[in-house]
Design a protein around this ligand. Structure first.
Ligand SMILES: *Cc1c(COP(=O)(O)O)cnc(C)c1O
Length: 815
């Protein structure tokens, strides 16, 4: 991007005048942010239009990533980085006595996602644009994103995330492309003017879907792709008749019912949503996006839909957009008069599906009454898909009725969205090698036997532009100084750092950078939540959604154990440690919330006990989000990736930590396995049961948690301390957590996630960390080896894998 400082300055002044009626001296930080963002967007507008024009002039296959979540975070810094003008803009602002950091801090996170799945979608968009692939996102413009988390008396309290309070300077509303989405009603049957039989809906609720476009700016390229997010509104506003008769509530009811569809993101990560409104959201954006694609296709190519899969491939991010499959059937059959077999063949060539979890509660299944009531015609189409499918199954497995029942898309009173996806899509992928293997051999083994050619692995990745170049500028400079540029678009180039692993000066510089980043995090948390961190201590970090399978509980139990040891044994002198947590719990997930309370309770006790001062601290970072993450990863020494083996599909924070030079403390789970493989096992800390061992124990019911308690008195002690008054005088707050380990509650087995089984092995790994950290150079050396071998975990590599095996896209360079 050619950057003209004078022109930028002039356009900034002009915008402040036009938009706010202010000059620079009177503009506040928010005005300035808005103006800087608007000027930046203006600069890329011609490239954005040129990209669109290039795709139109040169009709090629394009990828559409359908996702209910895009966890974008802030855009300003990232866009300036990708345009390679961040320093220049900083300088312009400096010259005007404006502090860039203050301006940057005005931008709210676009927090339109829960965690890893939504963040993956955002990393993918960055990589697609950077690699010049025609690939775009389709999703929902939630008015309220991920809730804002406050900690009050140690408990999580949720506040609405009103991120659109001020206008969003990045988006462009495209009212001209609005479409109508229909819900409910009854199915009617008639004939078209040319005598063709057609189904249509009568008395349906109509909702207007209006798209808002956000530019996705590639790094060091002219390509600007699009993230298109849909907003729901009512076609007739509110009912004036009712309003005039003073019935205000009912007057706005209809309007509210429509607008509620894009009101708020469901805060359930890897958990059941089960609410009709959620299905409404899913159909709303799937239908709107397909209508958009079909309109565009027909306008360009006419209604010759055989060619549709030559120009479109749709990746379904988990089961959330799977209702797009019967919706495309409906559009082709009901609106364009295409026969079933031809429509099915088009659908089969268009959709690919990504599975993100093996947790049964996260595989969406909609009760028939809800599904059919909300989407009667879509349900009818799913029934027909299933009828034909079961017929095939009967041919293939004539007497295996059990299998027919297990695999039926409609069964047990529910519509099984994952089954629908696997049956219809031409590709089914997991997100790390182990995860894909477990899908093929365990959860989806019926399906991989039926459709072996569909199954493939695509190990997740993260974009190094946001997570290294922008989040950790000192480390980025350190790298460039040694291996030159190039790694920004080809992360495997980091391998070139290996020749420095025994270079004294390099290791010293690396130590200084980490130290500075730790100081910066300490300053940030002091300012943000008045927490004190000692940058000379080990920063041991676990930041991710709060979920039992991720085992933050195991981490806290170890802290309680360490605290006991420090208090009991004055000669015990491990290096100082700061345990840092960040995690949101789904608002209805009681046990996850109790774990947050436990972390904060232990923090309160430990941080206020003089006996362990300077040795042990615990910090809970409030409101963990992308912006907080960008400050946390660069400062971490230890990356906690301690899920029960087999349960974490991939993880991506493990990758972000690795490229920022933290050492992984992890189980052999998800992408941890591949991280240890790349970095070498000796450069990380592996502990715990393997997924094979856990699968076996699950099958033969051989796990006896009580035996672990009996064998390990120190473990028994911390478990008892949950309820003996040590941390909670009422003995009640942590009783459910305690009982879930010891007895099992609500009909569950005790210790479902093998916390007690892995405790000893985890403690040993922690001791190993303490021992190794004392050797600063040795630690820095391992850090550098990790960074040098993190190339595989760029989302650029992931995107190239998808392009080669699934999407078959060609690059289209915009001049
Ligand atoms: C990367 C990221 C995640 C995913 O973390 P995992 O540890 O892989 O679950 C979640 N939230 C945010 C804000 C992230 O940046």
């Amino acid at each position: 991007m050619n950057f003209d400082a004078e022109k930028f300055k002039a356009s900034l002044v002009e915008r402040l005048k036009r938009q706010y009626g202010k000059d620079i001296a009177h503009a506040n930080s928010h005005d300035l942010y808005d103006a800087v963002a608007a000027c930046t967007r203006e600069m890329i507008t011609s490239n954005w239009m040129a990209t669109r024009a290039e795709y139109e002039k040169n009709p090629v296959k394009q990828l559409y990533y359908f996702s209910a979540e895009f966890l974008m975070g802030r855009a300003l810094s990232n866009n300036l980085i990708n345009l390679k003008i961040k320093d220049a803009v900083k300088e312009v602002l400096n010259g005007m006595n404006i502090d860039y950091n203050l301006v940057e801090d005005q931008e709210p996170d676009a927090g339109l996602g829960n965690g890893g799945l939504g963040r993956l979608a955002s990393c993918f968009l960055d990589s697609l644009a950077t690699l010049d692939y025609p690939g775009h996102g389709y999703g929902i413009r939630y008015e309220y994103g991920m809730f804002e988390q406050h900690i009050e008396d140690g408990y999580q309290v949720e506040y609405p995330d009103n991120w659109l309070r001020h206008r969003d300077p990045w988006e462009i509303k495209r009212s001209d492309l609005a479409v109508t989405v229909k819900f409910g009603g009854n199915i009617a049957y008639g004939t078209t003017p040319d005598g063709q039989p057609r189904f249509y809906l009568e008395n349906a609720e109509e909702v207007i879907a209006t798209p808002y476009d956000m530019p996705i700016i590639g790094y060091d390229t002219n390509t600007v792709n699009t993230l298109r997010l849909w907003e729901a509104t009512s076609p007739n506003g509110f009912d004036l008749q009712l309003f005039n008769s003073m019935d205000y509530n009912r007057a706005v009811e209809k309007q509210n019912s429509a607008e509620n569809i894009s009101r708020v993101l469901y805060p359930n990560d890897n958990g059941p949503s089960g609410k009709a409104l959620r299905l409404k959201q899913q159909y709303f954006f799937s239908s709107a996006s397909l209508q958009d694609l079909v309109h565009h296709f027909v306008a360009n190519f006419g209604p010759d839909f055989k060619k549709f899969p030559d120009y479109h491939v749709i990746q379904l991010n988990d089961t959330h957009p799977v209702v797009a499959i019967p919706e495309l059937m409906r559009i082709l059959i009901d609106e364009y008069g295409i026969g079933w077999d031809e429509a099915w063949s088009i659908v089969q060539k268009t959709f690919a599906y990504t599975n993100h979890t093996i947790l049964a509660e996260a595989l969406e299944k909609w009760p028939i009454e809800i599904f059919q009531g909300l989407l009667p015609r879509i349900y009818q189409i799913v029934e027909e898909i299933n009828r034909r499918f079961i017929e095939d199954l009967r041919q293939k497995y004539p007497d295996d009725y059990e299998k027919h029942n297990r695999m039926s898309i409609i069964g047990g009173g529910k519509v099984r969205m994952a089954w629908l996806a696997i049956h219809a899509a031409f590709s089914v992928n997991g997100v790390a090698a182990l995860h894909t293997e477990l899908l093929k051999t365990q959860e989806l083994k019926d399906w991989s036997a039926l459709y072996p050619e569909k199954f493939n692995n695509k190990t997740n990745g993260v974009t190094q532009r946001r997570w290294l170049l922008n989040a950790n500028p000192a480390l980025a400079e350190f790298i460039t100084k040694r291996i030159g540029h190039g790694w920004e678009k080809d992360l495997t180039k980091l391998k070139g750092l290996e020749k420095f692993i025994d270079d004294e000066e390099t290791l010293n510089e690396l130590i200084t950078i980490k130290q500075d980043n730790k100081q910066a995090l300490a300053d940030y948390l002091k300012h943000k939540q008045n927490d004190f961190l000692d940058p000379d201590s080990i920063y041991d970090v676990q930041v991710k959604r709060l979920h039992e399978y991720k085992r933050q509980f195991l981490n806290v139990l170890h802290i309680m154990y360490l605290y006991n040891r420090l208090v009991e044994d004055p000669n015990f002198d491990p290096p100082a440690r700061t345990f840092i947590f960040g995690a949101k719990a789904a608002s209805g997930y009681r046990r996850a919330k109790a774990i947050i309370k436990l972390i904060n309770t232990v923090a309160d006790r430990v941080n206020n006990d003089r006996r362990v001062r300077g040795k042990l601290r615990v910090v809970f970072v409030e409101n963990y989000c992308v912006t907080a993450a960008e400050k946390i990863y660069p400062a971490a020494d230890v990356s906690e990736q301690i899920s029960t083996a087999g349960y974490e599909a991939s993880g991506t924070s493990n990758m972000k930590f690795m490229i920022n030079g933290a050492l992984t403390l992890g189980t052999m789970d998800g992408a941890n396995i591949e991280i240890f493989e790349e970095a070498g096992k000796e450069n990380g800390f592996i502990f715990g049961l393997s997924s094979d061992q856990i699968i076996k124990m699950e099958a033969d019911h051989s796990y006896k948690p009580s035996e672990y308690l009996a064998r390990n008195p120190q473990l028994a002690k911390v478990v008892e301390q949950l309820v003996d008054g040590t941390y909670d005088p009422t003995h009640q707050i942590f009783k459910e957590l305690h009982d879930s380990l010891v007895y099992g509650v609500e009909g569950q087995r005790p210790d479902v996630f093998y916390v007690l089984a892995d405790f000893n092995s985890y403690c040993k790994a922690q001791e190993e960390i303490a021992a190794q950290y004392k050797d600063k150079k040795g630690w820095a050396r391992k850090t550098l080896i990790n960074i040098a071998n993190s190339g595989k975990f760029s989302s650029d590599r992931t995107i190239e894998d998808y392009v080669r095996d699934i999407w078959k896209l060609n690059k289209l360079v915009v001049k």
